[in-house]
Write a protein that binds this ligand. Structure first.
Ligand SMILES: C[S@@+](CC[C@H](N)C(=O)[O-])C[C@H]1O[C@@H](n2cnc3c(N)ncnc32)[C@H](O)[C@@H]1O
Length: 694
C-alpha cells in the first residue's frame, strides 16, 4: 500500500458562497495508508467457488453484470474486489480513496451526516438472553446507554466539517454521478448553500421532502415531521431510472372508478379524440360518433378502433356519450415518483430491519435512491454509514459499495449486517443452482427479480487508530463524572461547569497543547461578558502549554481580568488518579485439533466494563451473571490467522437479542500447523482475540 500522499483538491465550482468565521478552502489533504484488519466471505459450507469467497486476494469475486457495471479501468490494485468498510474519520478515508484509484469512480454518494442537533446519540445496551437468564433480584440486567456518536459542535466547526467532506466527495464521483445529502430543517438552508458552492446551482436536481413521521403532539409549534434530501449531480448528464409509486386508494377511487364486468379489472376512461380535423379515417365518423363536430379527430384510425373494440378496450358510457379508451390499473407502472415522499415510514420497533443504531434509516428510502441513480455493478459510497443501511441495500441490489464510519460500534454493526446478507445471498444462489440441477454461481443466476450480487465478500480497513475516538465520547462523560463536572449540553464549546468555573475537556487523543488553549482564548474573546474562570481537563500536557498558561494567568492577576485557566491532568493529578484504569475483557478458550477438525470451546468470558456498568445500572454490589454468554454479542473464528488480517470463516451472531452464542464450535482444520484466532465481542463492543497454534 502506498505511503502518505498529498491529494490535490479542485476549488469549489460556483456561487453563491456562504461564509463563516474560520472558513478555509481545502486545497489539498494528506492521504495516509490504510490497515487491513478483517475480511469476510460466506462460510466454507457455501457452494461458491473459492474465488468468489476470497476477500483480500484481489481476484474478481463474481462476474460483472449489468449496464454501468464497474468497467472504466481496472479495480484499484490496492484493494480486493468486494465491499469495503473503513473505520476512521471520513476526511482521512476520502483522501485515502482519492489517492488509491477511486477518483471519479463512484456513481452515487448518499450521506446522512450528523445534523448539528446538539445531542449525543445513544443506544440502549442490554445483555443477551431470554428474560430471566441474567437477572438480579427479579430485575432484568441492562447496561444502560452507550454513546454512539456526538453531534455537538463548537461555533462554525460544523460548516467547515461539512464543506471539506463535500469537496472531497465531489472528486470521487464519476462525471455522470449523483449525490444525495440527507439533513433536516435545522441546517438544511446552510447545507444547500454549501452544495450550490461545491456542485454549482445548475446541478441541483431536486429538494426531496421525506415525511418520516405521522402527526405527533409534542411541540408548541408545528411539528417537524420531515427530513430534506438534496439531490445534486456532478454534471449535466447523469444516470436516471424513473421510479414509480403505487396509487393511493383515494387516487384509485377518483381516477380508476370503473370496474369491468366479468373480469373485475379496474380502469380509467381516457379520451379517444384529439383536437384538430383530419382527412383520413381518423377524421371520419365511427359507429355513429363524429369527432369533427367538435373540431376533433380520433386518436386512431377507424380500423384500429374496431380492433380495440374487439379486444374489449373501448368503454361505452351508459349515458350514450362518446366512446372512450379503457386504461387498466393493472397495466400501469404506478405514479412517477415526485419530490414529496410520504409512503416510506420511519423504522418502527416491529420492523425487521432494526439494528438498535440511533438514527438508522429505512432500507426502502435507500432502495429508491440507489435504483433511481445507479445500475447493477455501479459503485455506491456512504461515508457516514452508521448501521450500514446504504451498504445493505447496495448489496441486495447488486451494486458495489464502500462504507465508512468513525464509530467502531457502527463498523461492528455494519459488518454483522453485511455478513448476514451475504450469507443469505450465497445460500440462495446455492438453492437455485441445485434446483436447476447444474452448477451455477451467484453471478449467473437467471430469472430472478433482483440483479445478482456484485460481490460476496468484504474487507474492513482502518485509517489511523480511532478506537480512542469511541472512547472519547464515553471518556467525556466518564471524565465529567469522575471530576464532578455538571454537563451542559446546550453549550457548544464548554462541556459543563465545575463549581463556578466553566469546564472544557480536551480530547484524550493528544496532550493539552497551546493550540487547544488558543481555542479557549478565542472562545472567551467571543464572549466578552463571560466572567467565570475556566478548568481545562486533559490527560497530560505539553511543556509549551505550561508557559502559555503561566503568562495568561499572570496577566489576568496583574490587570484584574476574569477568566483564569486551571488545568486538571488526569494522568498525574493525585486527586483523579484512578481515572485511566481499564481492565480489559478476558476469555478462557480451549482450541484443539482433532484429526481434520478444529474444536473451539469458550469456557469462560469476563468483561469488567460490563460488570462495572451493571453495578451502576442495577445498583448491586457484585452482580452475578450465571451464563457468560449473556455478555457476548458475537464470536468469529479465523482458523488460519496471519496475525494481521482477521478472515472471518465462522461467525456466530445470533439474530435475536434473546438468543445466546453457541460457545462451542467445530470447523475444518487446515492441513498443516496453523494459528487459530477466536474473536469475542462483548455487548459494549469491546473485542478480545485469543489465539492458539494447533
Ligand atoms: C446519522 S448517522 C448515519 C445513520 C445511517 N444512515 C443509518 O442508516 O444507520 C451519522 C453517522 O456518521 C458518523 N460520523 C460522524 N462523524 C464522522 C466522521 N468524521 N467520519 C466518519 N463517520 C462519522 C457517526 O458515527 C454516525 O454513525
Amino acid at each position: 500500500m502506498p505511503q502518505d500522499t498529498t491529494v490535490e483538491i479542485k476549488p469549489a465550482k460556483g456561487r453563491p458562497m456562504l461564509t463563516w468565521v474560520g472558513k478555509r478552502p481545502l486545497r489539498h489533504v494528506t492521504a495516509f495508508p490504510a490497515q487491513h484488519v478483517e475480511s469476510y466471505a460466506p462460510s466454507a459450507a457455501s457452494p461458491l467457488p473459492p474465488s468468489a469467497r476470497a476477500a483480500g486476494d484481489g481476484a474478481s469475486p463474481l462476474p460483472r453484470s449489468g449496464r454501468g457495471a464497474w468497467g472504466e479501468g481496472p479495480w484499484p490494485a490496492a484493494y480486493p474486489q468486494g465491499g469495503l468498510l473503513f473505520h476512521g474519520d471520513n476526511k482521512e478515508v476520502l483522501a485515502h480513496l482519492l489517492a488509491n484509484g477511486y477518483r471519479g469512480k463512484v456513481k452515487l454518494v448518499y450521506i446522512d451526516p450528523p445534523f448539528d442537533s446538539g445531542a449525543d446519540y445513544v443506544r440502549t445496551v442490554n445483555l443477551r438472553g431470554a428474560k430471566g437468564t441474567a437477572r438480579v433480584a427479579g430485575e432484568g440486567y441492562t447496561l444502560g446507554e452507550q454513546i454512539q456518536y456526538t453531534d455537538i459542535w463548537a461555533n462554525d466547526n460544523y460548516l467547515q466539517f461539512m464543506y471539506e467532506r463535500l469537496l472531497l466527495l465531489r472528486e470521487l464521483l464519476t462525471e455522470d454521478g449523483s449525490f444525495y445529502l440527507h439533513c433536516d430543517w435545522k441546517r438544511s438552508y446552510l447545507l444547500r448553500c454549501l452544495l450550490d458552492e461545491v456542485f454549482g446551482p445548475a446541478n441541483c436536481r431536486n429538494e426531496i421532502v421525506w415525511q418520516r413521521n405521522y402527526a405527533r403532539s409534542d411541540s408548541h409549534t408545528y411539528n417537524h415531521i420531515h427530513d430534506t434530501l438534496y439531490f445534486y449531480t456532478k454534471g449535466e448528464a447523469f444516470d436516471w431510472n424513473k421510479q414509480y409509486t403505487g396509487y393511493g386508494p383515494e387516487y384509485i377511487d377518483r381516477f380508476y372508478r370503473f370496474v369491468e364486468d366479468g373480469t373485475g379489472r379496474r380502469y380509467a376512461s381516457d379520451n379517444l379524440t384529439a383536437a384538430g380535423l383530419r382527412n383520413g379515417s381518423s377524421g371520419r365518423p365511427w359507429r355513429g360518433f363524429d369527432p369533427s363536430r367538435d373540431g376533433n379527430h380520433w386518436k386512431y384510425t377507424t380500423e384500429k378502433l374496431d380492433d380495440l373494440d374487439a379486444e374489449g378496450r373501448i368503454h361505452w358510457p351508459e349515458s350514450g356519450g362518446m366512446p372512450r379508451y379503457k386504461r387498466y390499473l393493472d397495466e400501469m407502472e404506478g405514479r412517477p415518483l415526485q419530490s414529496i415522499w410520504t409512503d416510506i415510514s420511519f423504522l418502527s420497533s416491529w420492523s425487521g430491519e432494526r439494528e438498535d443504531y440511533p438514527t438508522q434509516k429505512p432500507e426502502a428510502l435507500l432502495e429508491r435512491i440507489i435504483r433511481a441513480s445507479t445500475n447493477p455493478g455501479d459503485l455506491v459510497l456512504d461515508c457516514f454509514i452508521g448501521s450500514g443501511t446504504t451498504a445493505a441495500v447496495a448489496q441486495k441490489l447488486g451494486r458495489r459499495w464502500i462504507g465508512c464510519d468513525i464509530n467502531k460500534g457502527a463498523i461492528q454493526t455494519t459488518s454483522k449486517r453485511l455478513q448476514a446478507i451475504m450469507q443469505a445471498q450465497a445460500a440462495a444462489a446455492h438453492d437455485q443452482a441445485q434446483q436447476m440441477a447444474m452448477p451455477l454461481s451467484a453471478g449467473q443466476a437467471e430469472g430472478e427479480s433482483e440483479p445478482p450480487p456484485a460481490q460476496l465478500s468484504f474487507a474492513v480497513y482502518r485509517v489511523n487508530d480511532y478506537d480512542l475516538q469511541l472512547q472519547h465520547n464515553e471518556a467525556v462523560n466518564l471524565a465529567c463524572e469522575h471530576v464532578g463536572i455538571t454537563r451542559t449540553h446546550s453549550d457548544p464549546f464548554f462541556d459543563g461547569t465545575l463549581g463556578r468555573s466553566l469546564a472544557k475537556i480536551v480530547p484524550f487523543t493528544h496532550p493539552l497543547s497551546v493550540l487547544d488553549l488558543e481555542e479557549v482564548q478565542r472562545e472567551l474573546a467571543a464572549r466578552p461578558e463571560e466572567e467565570r474562570d475556566v478548568t481545562v481537563v486533559c490527560l497530560g500536557k505539553e511543556l509549551a502549554a505550561d508557559a502559555w498558561l503561566a503568562e495568561w494567568n499572570q496577566l489576568r492577576t496583574r490587570t484584574k481580568l476574569p477568566n483564569q485557566i486551571a488545568v486538571i491532568e488526569l494522568r498525574s493529578d493525585p486527586r483523579y488518579g484512578r481515572f485511566l484504569e481499564h481492565h480489559p475483557a478476558w476469555a478462557k478458550v480451549t482450541i484443539e485439533r482433532r484429526g481434520a477438525t478444529i474444536r473451539v470451546t469458550i469456557d469462560e468470558f469476563i468483561s469488567p466494563s460490563i460488570i462495572e456498568r451493571l453495578k451502576e445500572q442495577a445498583g448491586v454490589l457484585a452482580p452475578q451473571i450465571d451464563d457468560w454468554r449473556a455478555m457476548v454479542d458475537s464470536v468469529m473464528i479465523d482458523p488460519a490467522y496471519d496475525g494481521q488480517v482477521f478472515n472471518v470463516t465462522l461467525a456466530d451472531v445470533p439474530e435475536k437479542k434473546s438468543d445466546l452464542v453457541a460457545g462451542a464450535y467445530e470447523l475444518a482444520a487446515p492441513p498443516t500447523e496453523t494459528t487459530v484466532a477466536v474473536k469475542i465481542t462483548d455487548m459494549l463492543g469491546e473485542e478480545v482475540i485469543v489465539t492458539e497454534r494447533v
